[in-house]
Design a protein around this ligand. Structure first.
Ligand SMILES: [Fe+2]
Ligand SMILES: [Fe+2]
Length: 167
């Protein structure tokens, strides 16, 4: 059977479809749910901000498809689905006091996943000599890195507060 993905361009488009799936799922489903359930004010506003950034990330990825003269096509991303079901399983087992802590953990894992995906995509877009695609993807990468920083800081603070409460 001949391989379906035979060159960098095809691989790039496939992985672009993966990240489109992730950004859409985060926008429509995952971030609204997290925003709904977290209690910490600062975490809440960080998630709110990243939600509107994430909506733009999906639009940027669609623009990258257009740059390459292709229709945007999302591909089910099993890595992301795995992170999501891991989190859902854990959420069933933890006490409500720990919801914010596990939500920051899930958010951090997701940002790491996105960052790795964008690093790979940017490298491929460069080798394909698609500077506008590179610029759009770098915009997303930068905001996902900022989000990771924010969520990591929140995770540390929440862990400290949690430890104090359980003294
Ligand atoms: Fe993103
Ligand atoms: Fe993100």
């Amino acid at each position: 059977v001949p391989a379906e993905i035979r060159d960098t361009r095809q691989l790039f488009l496939h992985e672009l479809g993966d990240i489109l799936f992730v950004e859409r799922r985060l926008t429509d489903e995952v971030l609204p749910k997290l925003i709904d359930e977290v209690k910490d004010r600062e975490l809440w506003s960080g998630l709110k901000r990243h939600h509107s950034q994430t909506r733009k990330h999906a639009a940027n990825v669609e623009r990258v498809f257009a740059e390459l003269g292709e229709e945007p096509k999302a591909e089910e991303c099993l890595g992301f689905e795995g992170l999501k079901s891991e989190h859902e399983e854990l959420a069933k087992e933890v006490s409500p006091d720990l919801v914010d802590v596990i939500d920051t953990g899930a958010a951090a894992r997701t940002e790491h996943y996105e960052i790795a995906a964008y690093d790979g995509l940017i490298a491929m877009a460069r080798s394909l000599k698609e500077p506008r695609a590179v610029a759009l993807l770098e915009e997303n990468l930068k905001e996902d890195k900022d989000a990771l920083l924010h969520v990591t800081r929140a995770a540390k603070r929440l862990a400290r507060e949690q430890a104090k409460e359980s003294l």
